[in-house]
Structure formats: structure tokens, C-alpha cells
Design a protein around this ligand. Sequence first.
Ligand code: ADP
Ligand code: MG
Length: 362
Amino acid sequence: MAEIKFVNITKYFGTTKVIENLNLEVRDGEFLVLVGPSGCGKSTTLRLLAGLEELTAGNILIDEKVVNDIAPKDRDISMVFQNYALYPHMTVYENIAFGLKLRKYRKSEISKMVAETAEVLELQELLNRKPKQLSGGQSQRVALGRAIVRKPKVFLFDEPLSNLDAKLRTQMRTEIKKLHSRLKTTMIYVTHDQVEAMTMGSRIVVMKDGIIHQIGTPMEVYNNPSDLFVAGFIGSPKMNITEMALTDSGLLTDKDSGIELEIPTEVTDYLTSHDIQKVIIGIRPEDIYLESRKSCSNPIEGIIDLVEPLGNETLLYVNVHNITFTCKKMGFIDAKQGDMISIYFDLKRLKYFDVENQKALW
Ligand SMILES: Nc1ncnc2c1ncn2[C@@H]1O[C@H](COP(=O)(O)OP(=O)(O)O)[C@@H](O)[C@H]1O
Ligand SMILES: [Mg+2]
């Protein structure tokens, strides 16, 4: 059982504010992912929880108990880093057992605990090897083994897969998820990679500059980003965004490109009643179609700037009077650079953001 609460936490390094008044609750047994660009304060947040950094203000609670003044070794937390240095002169067994020895576990207990861990991570055959005789993925499993062997209350992962190649990273993602479903321990996983966040988290926390922008399930965050930052950060290729103006007749238009969108009347009503004349619209690449369907805009004429066939899908970059829209289609599209094309926005999938504060309008 481990429920974690960050309550109004703030962290300065010298005079630099790195985390500002952050509030976050991590549920017991949850796999929570903290995601955000490099330097946004993810590692600092984990290190504060582990007790490796001191809070400037606020409280951290584990199971309702304030742990601010509890020493790192007494917090019952285990952390796996990107640079998981294994001890080169020790075998896999000794590497996994090391922390237990330090904590003065009995030899028989240690051998039982290492055996259990080796089984969970399928390391049985490798226990007598030295780190240099292991592949990248095997080393990473040993690093995981070192973290889980003590059965701590909480696991923290700080970009543990960043140094691995793409294939191994995908494989290890699955292993870590499986590990979570087996152990059901509370886990916080930090990454700057939005794909990792989307595929791994039961909930994800999107951070920027030490501030939480949104907390939600991957689909909530994807479908209803709370602001332009989240809209742009989650999803690849990025959501298309452009500023448009509301006309007297209730259309959204962009004079330069000639785009006119007949937005739903409830949106027009909202904008009018809030005296909003300009909005930033957002539309995901997969919500722009090449043929008209229900709930679509009028055709928008453009010229193809670039075609990117990815095998299972094709990306089209369509230039509409100097605004480029990225469109994503399943399968192969028979089109080439310079072709004229009509695109259609799915008006039901349009997002609207405030021009000033960049927040989603509702
Ligand atoms: N010990 C430190 N002293 C001074 N500044 C630090 C220290 N650790 C981190 N920072 C700064 O705090 C900010 C957040 O860092 P970090 O938490 O490592 O970000 P992330 O893990 O999201 O990349 C960065 O600007 C970083 O330079
Ligand atoms: Mg970091």
C-alpha cells in the first residue's frame, strides 16, 4: 500500500525556481507517468520524493504521513535511472544482492529474494555472468532486478529506457508494464517521450517549466488537451493549429488563406456570449480528410508540399495559402508534391483555444 501526495511543493536551486506549487496525488498501485520536455523538473520531482533533494516549500506524504524529514533510506522507495551503472566486477547475482547485503539481510533470505526476482525478470540463466557479458536489455533487466528485489513500497523510474535502441525500448516498455501488473506496486515513471507516456501510463501528468499542465488518462489528454502546450506536446505528428476570426454570421475565417469553417452553433454561441472574436483552432492530422463526410467543413483547396509514406500510413503536408496542414491517412495515398488537393476538417473534432492564455475554451 502506498499512496503519494505532493502538496503545494516548491523547489528552488539557489534563486532559480524549478518547481512551482505542484500538487499531485498518486493512487495506490497506480502506474503514473510524468512527461514533459527536458528541464521541466521531472527528475527533481522524483528526487524530492526519494529524499535526494530537499523541498523549499510544501509537503510530501506517503500513506498520509509527511516524509519531508525522513531519510532517503527509510522511505522504502527504489529508483531506476537512465544510467543504471551495474558494478562491473560483480556477477548478476551479486549486483542484485548488493543492496540486501548492505541492509544486513541474512544469507538465506538474500538467496531466496534474488531467486524470486530472477524468476520475475527471467534472469535465472544469467546469475553467474558479469555485466560485460550481458546485452543492453539484459543489463537493464538486472538494473530493474536491483530495484525490485527489496519489494519497496514505491518504484521510481527516471527515463530508464533512453539509452536503449528503439526496438529494445519497445520491448522493455512492455516488460515494465508486465512487471507492474504482476507486482501492483505504486510506480512513477518519468519520460520526455510522449509515445512512451501514452503507451505506458494509466494516467499521465504533463509538465512544463515546473508546472503541471494536465493530469488525465492518455486518451483524455489526447482528446481534450487543456491548453496549447499539451495539444502540441502530445500526439505525433503535432496537432495543426492556426488563429481564426469569428465573423458576424458566425463562421470562423482566416482572411489570408480564405479558409471558412461553419462551426457548430453552440460554439458560436459560446464565443459570442464571451465576447471572443478570435480563437486558435486545433485539429489533429487524422481529423483532416481527403473526402467529404458527415460533420465536415467545405473543401479547403491546397497544394501538396510533401508526401511521407510510412508504410501503414501516409503523411501529407498540404499548403493552404502559406499555412501548412499535416494530414494523416491510413495506407498508401497516390499523391505527389505539387498536386492540388481538397481537404476537409472534421468540425466535430476541432479544438478551440484562447488566444491570450492559450487554454482550451471549454
Ligand atoms: N542540482 C541542481 N542545481 C541547480 N539546478 C538544477 C539542479 N538539478 C536540476 N537543476 C535545474 O532544474 C531544472 C529541472 O531539472 P530536472 O528536474 O533535471 O528536469 P528534467 O528531469 O525534467 O529534465 C533544470 O533547469 C535544471 O538545470
Ligand atoms: Mg531528468
